[in-house]
Write a protein of this length. Structure first.
Length: 568
């Protein structure tokens, strides 16, 4: 009679990493610990799949992800794996925005990546499913997947449904802009309260083409999530099935030996950039895609966004610059019909491998067109903008580059007199009390990755500008960054940042600044001699933080033009 295998039998090749944890008599203590969390004899012969959940009650973006993680685990188990669910952190940008706590937002991307890497490698998981909702979850998960290079699938937690105020769709950005309108006495206390109370109706990520939806779309185009997973509501049957399918997909990848390095190639990143542009996505995607590529040792540079952007049009009329919500985009089919159109036009690389185990072209083979009569996504013949809305600027104010968001509504150039602030709080106060006037270029410095530290988003000031009715009359530049919800004539990621002695550090009130998106330049209109004189008398400020996470981050983080990474 053939001996029944037990937990000490030799593992199959599917257990490349877990075999080191569970195989052999000497690993009895390890198995004993795993039995306590639900393992049976047969489970020790299965590939172990880590399910990284970003669940928390910190934010509506992630409050439902515990249930999604269970579905992903069930999908992996049914496909022949053994799932283990574990958690990592999330921070809510919407809650910390405009406060000192926002300095931890970009830092959280690194903490998420480090924690997923730590658990997955430490526990010997053979594959990984990571589920993210809020902005920094997604690149954090992908950075970890890149470092680990084990079969992996990313799942987006899904978009929130719109709120409603007086019959109009609203979201969190509506509330930020209402603050400016309230300061301008355009709306009452009661109206502000009503907008505040109705903007966020339940679970899911912020509802425009802001950073979360931008990154979900870019990751799908990159090939690291299942087809159409980026365009699903957080609370939907589609999202439950997406999670189940992701669990099964990672087991398939383990069986086929397909790793992130097979998928996250330079051409795949180019596909992600093309989709980002056509959707009118967030400037934060520049930062995050550079960081993800860095983790995968792909040589993606900030100037690749210029190269690709010159030939790629903006096609989607989505918030914040457009009029439609992500939920509307989901209803017409999401990004698959768009990618099919882009592939036919030669704007995408169809031979890139994806987490389905098939190429992008194969995934799109059965995809149809958008329904007739929809005006959310324009045709290639009638784009919203013929080239990218994300413009990489250089000049004496940004010798290493800066990132502008030029949707086309603001015009292509702006010249004005600087009004300078050394923090976000200073600028917001001046905007709300009327000190910022038509023709000003608002300069917010000391908010970069090292100088902040943490590179806060300037959504509160930019939303206040819109609420005050100054959207077409002022520009804003910063060594910080912007929320995906920001619109208007804005330039962020200015490098070198102020704390590193960048020219932004020596701008004075009344200096003339010119921003030219056509020439791709941003310049302080003073002589080279004057710049040299001012820099010679500039003194580097003492670090704002001496101990803790922010201090460590400031010491390790790279320039924004390199993705603001801590793992160089």
């Amino acid at each position: 009679m053939k001996k029944k295998p037990d937990s000490t039998t030799k593992p199959v090749t599917l257990q490349k990493f877990s075999s080191l944890v569970v195989e052999g008599a000497d690993k009895a203590p390890n198995r004993s610990m795993l039995r306590a969390v639900g393992f049976k004899d047969r489970d020790f012969r299965k590939p172990i799949v880590g399910i990284a959940s970003t669940w928390s009650m910190v934010t509506p973006c992630n409050m439902h992800i515990d249930k999604l993680a269970e579905q992903a685990g069930a999908g992996a188990d049914k496909a022949g794996g053994k799932s283990i669910i574990f958690n990592t952190i999330t921070n809510s940008d919407g809650i910390s925005m405009g406060t000192p706590g926002m300095r931890y937002s970009l830092v959280s991307r690194e903490v998420i990546a480090d924690s997923i890497e730590t658990v997955t490698a430490g526990e010997g998981f053979d594959g990984l499913v990571a589920i993210g909702g809020c902005d920094k979850n997604m690149p954090g998960c992908l950075i970890a997947m890149s470092r680990l290079n084990r079969p992996s699938v990313f799942v987006y937690g899904g978009t929130i449904m719109p709120g409603n105020y007086n019959g109009q769709d609203i979201d969190v950005v509506s509330v930020f802009e209402a603050v400016g309108a309230h300061a301008n006495k355009d709306i009452s206390d009661r109206q502000l309260k009503q907008i505040e109370s109705n903007a966020i109706p339940g679970p899911g990520s912020c509802g425009g083409m802001y950073t979360a939806n931008t990154m979900a779309s870019a990751i799908e185009a990159l090939g690291m999530s299942l087809p159409n997973s980026s365009a699903q509501a957080a609370i939907s049957r589609d999202k439950i099935k997406d999670c189940q399918d992701a669990g099964a997909a990672v087991v398939n990848l383990i069986k086929k030996g397909i790793r992130p390095s097979d998928i996250m190639t330079k051409k795949a990143f180019e596909n992600a950039i093309v989709v980002l542009v056509t959707l009118g996505g967030s400037t934060n995607a520049v930062l995050h895609l550079l960081a993800m590529a860095n983790a995968m040792n792909v040589k993606l540079k900030i100037d690749d966004f210029t190269r690709i952007g010159k030939k790629t049009p903006v096609l989607a009329d989505l918030k914040p610059s457009g009029k439609y919500m992500m939920a509307d985009f989901c209803k017409i089919g999401g990004i698959l019909p768009l990618m099919k159109t882009l592939l036919k036009a030669g704007l995408l690389h169809g031979d890139c491998l994806t987490v389905t185990g098939k190429t992008l072209k194969e995934n799109l083979s059965g995809v149809g067109s958008y329904p007739k009569g929809q005006d959310i996504v324009r045709s290639l013949k009638k784009p919203i903008k013929k080239d990218s809305h994300i413009v990489i600027l250089r000049g004496n104010l940004a010798s290493e580059g800066a990132v502008a968001k030029i949707s086309g509504h603001e015009g292509l150039s702006f010249t004005g007199k600087a009004i300078v602030f050394n923090s976000e709080e200073e600028s917001l106060k001046a905007i709300l009390n009327g000190k910022v006037k038509k023709g000003h270029v608002i300069v917010i410095r000391n908010e970069g990755p090292r100088g902040g530290p943490g590179m806060r988003e300037m959504l509160a000031p930019t939303s206040a500008i819109m609420g005050k009715g100054l959207g077409n009359d002022v520009a804003l530049i910063t060594d910080g960054r912007f929320s995906g919800g920001t619109h208007g004539f804005v330039v962020g990621h200015i490098t070198p940042e102020a704390v590193d002695g960048g020219v932004i550090a020596i701008v004075k009130n009344g200096d003339v600044i010119t921003i030219d998106a056509k020439k791709r330049e941003i310049n302080l209109e003073i002589t080279k001699a004057e710049i040299k004189k001012r820099l010679s008398s500039w003194k580097k400020p003492a670090p704002k933080e001496k101990r803790g996470v922010l201090a460590k981050y400031a010491k390790l983080v790279s320039s924004a033009s390199e993705g603001a990474v801590t793992d160089n």
